[in-house]
Design a protein around this ligand. Structure first.
Ligand SMILES: [Zn+2]
Ligand SMILES: [Zn+2]
Length: 289
């Protein structure tokens, strides 16, 4: 019997209720904690990690059309959320949705539709690997050093995470986004790069804290996004000018900032020869300035 054609990946992600999957894992974590036996704490840690993963998958639904398909194989929630933050710097921020009638009462009466509560990248970094520590036996080296797994601290961490995840899952509104985007055809690979720009306050200039750094997912290109005084978004390539090191060539090569690491090979478009970026050490006498 032939298998039926699976749904297109992005359509599948959009139709999936990851939030309810997360809620199931949270309920299982609560049962493990309630069992009282310390051995069940390790299962609680596992269920909490699965709940965190499901919540980040839920957030990823918002950005499904802006992500390359291979990124949906990422299961580490921290890595996935960092990618979502590349697309939208507000991806891990909690926000309140409010509205007021334009022609209504003065002063304006704001009505809340609820808070969209999101786990932050900081919270995931602080807790996800720390829980993972309890999912394995100690290494031979740790055992030799006399280390033990501190179950009391695990219980405390699990209880506070359960309360936090309950809070996130209790939100009456979720996955809201203000869809202000800017798209550019990447100068490095020709693929479109689409990013949320709601966080950009204008006017701003490249290289300052107000600018947004955007990395292409398909090639080493990166850009500084800034807002102009007339509300437009400016994309500036992060290219460095590097003179071709061959003595008989005076060409200046444009190299992406992210490529300037030892070992990168660059072909000069002036003389067609290949050069390699390397760290060097040289003498620097005091009187050199
Ligand atoms: Zn690119
Ligand atoms: Zn050259």
């Amino acid at each position: 019997m032939s298998k039926s054609q699976p749904l297109n990946l992005k359509a599948f992600v959009k139709g999936k209720n990851f939030r309810s999957l997360g809620r199931g894992h949270l309920e299982d974590a609560k049962k493990c904690i309630a069992a009282g036996d310390d051995r069940n704490l390790f299962y609680a840690a596992l269920e909490i990690r699965k709940c965190i993963e499901a919540l980040i998958y839920e957030t990823a639904k918002l950005y499904v059309d802006d992500m390359p398909e291979q990124d949906f194989s990422t299961w580490q929630p921290g890595r996935l959320l960092a990618m979502l933050i590349e697309i939208d710097p507000m991806a891990d921020r909690t926000g309140e949705i409010r509205f007021a009638r334009e022609d209504g009462d003065e002063p304006k009466v704001w009505h809340s539709l609820g808070q969209d509560k999101r786990l932050t990248l900081g919270e995931i970094k602080e807790n996800y690997d720390a829980l993972g520590f309890f999912l394995h036996t100690l290494t031979i080296h740790q055992l030799w050093k006399g280390k033990v797994q501190k179950v009391a601290s695990l219980r405390k961490r699990c209880e506070s995470l359960i309360a936090r995840l309950d809070d996130v899952l209790s939100a009456s509104a979720w996955n809201f986004t203000i869809n202000q985007t800017s798209t550019l055809t990447c100068g490095g690979c020709g693929q479109p790069i689409k990013r949320r720009t709601g966080i950009l306050k204008g006017p701003s200039s490249a290289g300052t804290a107000e600018a947004l750094t955007v990395n292409c997912f398909n090639c080493p290109a990166s850009y500084q996004l800034t807002a102009t005084s007339d509300g437009k978004v400016l994309w500036e390539e992060e290219l460095e000018d590097i003179p071709c090191p061959y003595a008989d060539c005076d060409h200046i090569m444009g190299v992406w900032k992210r490529e300037i690491v030892p070992g990168t090979r660059v072909r000069c478009s002036g003389c067609s020869r290949v050069t390699m970026i390397a760290l060097t050490i040289r003498t620097a006498p005091d009187d050199e300035g």
